[in-house]
Every structure is written in structure tokens, then in C-alpha cells.
Design a protein around this ligand. Structure first.
Ligand code: SF4
Ligand code: SF4
Length: 267
């Protein structure tokens, strides 16, 4: 393999605790990924190639949350070797679905799931990358959206400061002319408080948003929860809704915790 020109930025993709889904979004870009690959040197991306190059890297994308002491060590090393660090997906930006452990007893869970729980070395919480190291950009979603990823990388390669959407899913829903599932079906959609980036994917399928992109700028989830309570949605159901894939993030976590004692124990 010929050496890359020195001017090509060196890009790395890393994974901590996650399902690999956001890395698969990279691979699913296909021709668009190949076009990008001609403009950068992909130096470390184990999901795509076992040929890895040591750092330093110009841009590192990190998928997954911090769930073990080893994750912390790896993350600190990644940060040291990366000029720009970008977290990708709900696990990396919010702790992911594995953050459900944050409201439970991890040792009790390990005993229930594993025949040899003493072999499990896990922290009692699953936390976002930004709680451990400085993060330069966060791309949300479960998984991330391919179009938003391409736009982000294109802006970065052009030398611009990438801009990611901060508005709510409702705005995209209206722009696309989708029928509101709260109004027509009485579903507790989290679109009014969830960051856009998915193109209002779930309402486009007549489903309610469950907040996988996390809270949008200026989100008022408590007010939305109050509105849904007046529609007869039970508090424990609402708490589970806010305590989903991005439930460890402040506004959603505080809203879920405030929904009453019945809501403190997710089932
Ligand atoms: S379906 Fe959800 S995202 Fe769409 S307008 Fe209604 S509340 Fe907003
Ligand atoms: S509509 Fe909501 S739950 Fe569905 S993909 Fe978009 S942000 Fe995620």
C-alpha cells in the first residue's frame, strides 16, 4: 500500500461499549465513504480493516459509552492521540441504553444474567464520553444519521466549523408535512423536546419519537410530561419513555426522576 500524502488528514474510528451500529452507518455510506476515503487516510477503523496505523490522528470518531475501568484507560489514550475528538451515537453522547444500570444494582443484574458474575468487571454506571474527556463535537442518534455524518465530515474537511442541528424533531415533522401522532393517535411523542437530525424518521412511519437523539436546545421535557399526564399517560410509562436510550442526560433524567416514586424503578 502506497504511503498517503502528508496533507491528507488521518482519521480514526474507535469503539467502547456499544452495538457497532454507528460504525455500520459509516460502512453503509458505500460510495460516499469511498469518496471520503480518497480525501483522508483512514488510519484506524477495525470494523472496516484490520490494518491499523498508530496515532496521532487528526480526527477520531468514538462510538460507545464508558462502562469499565479499561474503557477509561482507552479513552484517555484516544484523547491524547487525537487533535479533534468526535463522539458518535447515543451511547457515546448519552450513555446509551446500557445506562439503565445507573438506576439499578449492577451486581444484582450480573448475577441474574451471567453464570459466572465474578468474571464481570463493570463500573456501576454507563456514562457519556464527555464526562471523562474533552469532546470537540457530538453527533447524536441511535444510530447516527448517514446524511448528517456526511455533511459533518464535508464541513470539517473544508476547514469550516461543522454545524449540527439543534432544533426539535417537531420542526422537521412540520416541514415534511407529517401528520402529528400526538394529535391523531394520542401517543406520547418526544419530538417536541428531542434534537433533530433523523429527518423525523419515526413520525414519518406514524410512530412516536422516543428521543434517541437526546434533548434539543431549550428543551422543556417537564412541561411536555405535564401535558402528557393531562392526556392520561401514567407517570411510570412516561418515566420509562424519558429514561430510554438517552435517559441519562440531564433534562430527560431529571424529568423521569420527577415523575414520582413509582417511576424510580424501571422494569
Ligand atoms: S408527531 Fe411528534 S415530532 Fe411530529 S409534530 Fe407531532 S409531536 Fe412533533
Ligand atoms: S424520530 Fe425520535 S426516536 Fe425516531 S429516529 Fe428520530 S430522534 Fe430517534
Amino acid at each position: 500500500m502506497s504511503a498517503a500524502p502528508a496533507s491528507r488528514p488521518r482519521v480514526a474510528v474507535f469503539k467502547l461499549a456499544s452495538c457497532d451500529g454507528c460504525q455500520v452507518v459509516f460502512l453503509n455510506l458505500e460510495e460516499r465513504l469511498l469518496a471520503l476515503a480518497g480525501r483522508v487516510e483512514i488510519a484506524h477503523f477495525l470494523e472496516a480493516s484490520s490494518q491499523v496505523q498508530p496515532g496521532p490522528y487528526d480526527v477520531s470518531f468514538v462510538e460507545g459509552s464508558v462502562t469499565s475501568a479499561r474503557d477509561v484507560e482507552r479513552l484517555l489514550a484516544i484523547r491524547r492521540s487525537s487533535r479533534v475528538l468526535v463522539t458518535i451515537g447515543a451511547c457515546a453522547t448519552a450513555g446509551g441504553i446500557q445506562a439503565l444500570r445507573n438506576w439499578a444494582d449492577v451486581e444484582e443484574m450480573a448475577r441474574a444474567v451471567y453464570p459466572r458474575p465474578e468474571w464481570i468487571e463493570a463500573l456501576s454506571t454507563s456514562t457519556p464520553i464527555a464526562e471523562h474527556v474533552k469532546v470537540d463535537f457530538e453527533i447524536s442518534g441511535c444510530p447516527i444519521d448517514g446524511a448528517e455524518l456526511v455533511q459533518f465530515v464535508t464541513q470539517l474537511l473544508a476547514g469550516a466549523t461543522p454545524r449540527l442541528a439543534e432544533h426539535d424533531v417537531c420542526l422537521d415533522c412540520k416541514r415534511l408535512g407529517r401528520v402529528c401522532v400526538v394529535v391523531t393517535r394520542g401517543l406520547p411523542c418526544l419530538g417536541p423536546v428531542t434534537r433533530s437530525g433523523c429527518g423525523a424518521l419515526c413520525p414519518s412511519m406514524r410512530r412516536d419519537c422516543y428521543g434517541c437523539f437526546g434533548p434539543c436546545a431549550g428543551a422543556e421535557p417537564r412541561a411536555l410530561a405535564h401535558r402528557y399526564r393531562t392526556m392520561g399517560i401514567p407517570p411510570d410509562e412516561l418515566a420509562r419513555r424519558f429514561r430510554g436510550i438517552t435517559g441519562a442526560l440531564g433534562p430527560f433524567r431529571e424529568t423521569a426522576d420527577g415523575l414520582g416514586p413509582d417511576a424510580h424503578h424501571p422494569r
